[in-house]
Design a protein around this ligand. Structure first.
Ligand SMILES: [Fe+2]
Length: 279
């Protein structure tokens, strides 16, 4: 359907470095000691000024439990996923947020589900009204405002749509949480006559972070980005949970599964296994 704009990776080399340092509880000083790299260089890279050589990137990776070869390629900005289109998935920006929203379709476009109602409501409603279809679900990946701050407006405009999210994040939508379906890990939502949407609970970015699988497309929210992972902001869950959930719940899906993240370009499981330095 809509063409995917060629957008850059969500995370720079500096972002990857920062997330891995925070996740491993290693500060600049101790990373410098472990790698023999000057603190001033590490600080500069964290601010996206300059980048490590491939050999320096391998040293950093070994100290941070990242994949050395994948991080070396990343330091040279040497990878971006190819343009990926899925015929029954439409992407839209969530202005003023830098996040991705999606609508996916069934039954020749007559039935649809929305991933993450966020952004300026009038813009979003104009996008959602572009087509005569029944919006069956409003699926929320997690509680951050750039993924759910337009929930009330969309739910008001589409009163028959079922709001779906994990209970741990439901407070973010206020009183609407009462009418939200609180899904659990592995639960399947019937979609049309013969299809289903499967929820995978993938906490760590937030405790209620959820990924939704429709056919061979997985909407990962801020759990997994092309070439990176989301920041660990959960209260009860964190960095190790993100990595473990990706390995056990996402990377166990078929390699050709398309991943549609909450930020940055789409990718596939095969590409992430080959290029994501966190794995
Ligand atoms: Fe987020």
């Amino acid at each position: 359907m809509a063409l995917w704009p060629q957008i850059p990776l969500e995370d720079t080399f500096g972002d990857v470095l920062r997330k891995a340092m925070r996740g491993n509880r290693i500060d600049t000083h101790s990373l410098a000691q472990r790698t023999g790299i000057a603190s001033s260089n590490i600080d500069a890279w964290l601010r996206d000024r300059g980048t490590a050589t491939p050999d320096e990137a391998r040293e950093l990776a070994r100290a941070l439990s990242l994949d050395p070869e994948k991080l070396a390629v990343r330091a040279e900005n040497g990878w971006h996923p190819p343009g990926i289109e899925v015929s029954d998935v439409r992407h839209h920006p969530q202005d003023p947020h830098p996040s991705n929203g999606y609508v996916f379709f069934l039954d020749g476009g007559q039935r649809a589900a929305l991933i993450d109602p966020a952004g300026i409501p009038s813009n979003l409603l104009r996008i959602l009204r572009d087509g005569a279809y029944h919006l069956q679900y409003i699926l929320i990946t997690h509680k951050h405002a750039d993924h759910c701050d337009a929930t009330a407006d969309v739910a008001g405009a589409f009163p028959n749509a079922q709001i779906v999210m994990h209970a741990a994040d439901a407070a973010a939508i206020g009183s609407l949480a009462q009418r939200a379906l609180k899904v659990r890990d592995g639960e399947e939502l019937p979609f049309g006559d013969n299809a289903a949407i499967r929820m995978l609970h993938t906490p760590g970015h937030t405790d209620g972070s959820s990924s939704y699988l429709f056919k061979s497309t997985l909407f990962t929210g801020d759990t997994l980005f092309a070439g990176s992972v989301g920041g660990a902001f959960g209260e009860a869950t964190g960095y190790d949970d993100i990595l473990n959930n990706v390995r056990s719940k996402i990377f166990t899906l078929p390699d050709d599964t398309v991943l549609m993240p909450g930020h940055g370009p789409p990718t596939t499981i095969e590409l992430e296994k080959a290029h994501n330095p966190f794995f």
